[in-house]
Design a protein around this ligand. Sequence first.
Ligand code: ACO
Length: 403
Amino acid sequence: AIDIRNFYGEAGVLTYDPGFTSTASCKSAITFIDGEQGVLLYRGYPIQELATQSDYMEVCYLLLYGELPSTEEKAEFVNDIKRHTLLHDQLMHFFRGFTRAAHPMAIMVGVVGALSAFYHEDTDIYDPEQCMLAAYRIIAKMPTIGAYAYRYTIGRPFVYPRNDFSYAENLLYMTFSVPSEEYRPDPVLVKALDRILILHADHEQNASTSTVRLAGSSGANPFACISAGIASLWGPAHGGANEAVLKMLMEIGDKRRIPEYIARAKDKNDPFRLMGFGHRVYKNYDPRAAIMRETCHEVLEALGHEDDPLLELAMALEKIALQDEYFIERKLYPNVDFYTGIVLRAMGFPTRMFTVLFAIGRTVGWVAHWKEMISDPESKIGRPRQLYVGAPQRPFVPMEKRP
Ligand code: ACO
C-alpha cells in the first residue's frame, strides 16, 4: 500500500502491484492452483485424473456447469456443440480479406471479434440462456476458425466440419484433410490432441482470462471479449511461448550449445529467456508439463519418432537447467509449453498453429470465467488506478512562446 497525495493535496492509499502479483481481482469457483505444491484442480478435480480419464467435451461441461455430466447430459451437450460448428457464409469473406502471409493468430483475433457482428442481437448478457448459447457457439466454432485460418494461409480450400467426428478429431480433419482423399485422423493423435485441449482448458486469472474478464466487465459482447483474450494469449510470455520454445530448440540445434543458451538466459543484459521455463504461480513442476512430457513420449513412440532429436535436446536442456543454481534459486521449472510444441510438431502442425491450438483449448475457460463474472452480483467494471508520475499541473504555453 502506498500513500498518495493528488494535485490538490488530498491523501489516499493505493496498492501498487505491477503485474498484479499479489492482487486477487475476483472470487472464482472454477480452477484452483497451488503453485508451491504443483497442484491444479478444475472444479475440484485433479488435472492428472481429468487428462487421463476424461475427455475435452466432458471437461468443457464441467468447467461451464460446475459438475461432471451424466451420460445423457454429456450426449446432449456434445450434440448441442456440434450444431454450432459451421461458420456463417459471410464470415468466409472475412478470411479472404487477410494476406495469405498473415499469422493464423492474427486471423483468429479478427474473425472471432467479427462473430460479435453476427450474434449481437441474440446475446443479451443478462439472459443466462443466451449467455450459454454464446458459450456453445464460441466453443463449437473455434476449431473451424483455427483450421480455416491455417488452410487459408497455405492456400487450401476450407473443409466443412464433420459432425460424426469428435471435437479433437474434427479439428485434425478440418486442418489436414485433402478433399480428394478419405482422411481419418490417427486415433493416437486424436487422443493426444484431446489431452492437450484438456491441459489448456483453464488456468484461473492468467493474462488472457483476466483480459476477457476486464473487457467483459463493461458489459461488452462476449465474442469481442474472447477476441481480446486471444490477442493477450498471443504474446511469447503467455500462450505464444509454445511457438517460441520450438523456435528456441531449433536454434540451439545441438546439445553442445545448451550451456551457451543457459548462460544467455542468466545474463541480465541479454533479453533472452529460456522459453517454456518459469511461471508466475508455479514454483514447482507445472503438473501440466509433467503430463505433456509423458504424452510427448507416447506420441513420438506411436509415430515411430522415438529418436526425435528435439525431444532429446529438450530433455537435456531441462536436466541441465534444473541442476543450475540460477534456476533452482528462482524456482524455474518447465511449464506446459515446454513439451507441447514437440508433440504438435510431430502431429504435423506448423509452429504458427501452436498458439491457435492453445486458444482453442482455452476458449472454454474464457467463457466460463466470463459467465461467472456476468452472473456475480459483486462484479463491477474493472477499473484499476495508477500512480501518476508525470508533470505537475502547469499553464498552457502558446506556440509563439515555446522555446
Ligand atoms: N529464463 C531465465 N530467467 C527467467 C525465466 C526464464 N524463462 N523466467 C523467469 N526468469 C527470472 C527473471 O529474470 C527473474 O530473475 P531476477 O529475480 O534475477 O530478476 C526471476 O526469474 C523471476 O521472473 P519474473 O519475470 O519476475 O517472473 P514472472 O512471474 O513475472 O514471469 C513468466 C513469469 C513470464 C512466465 C517468465 O517466467 C517467462 O518469461 N518465462 C518464459 C516464457 C514462457 O515460458 N511463458 C509461458 C508461461 S506459461 C503459459 O502462459 C502457458
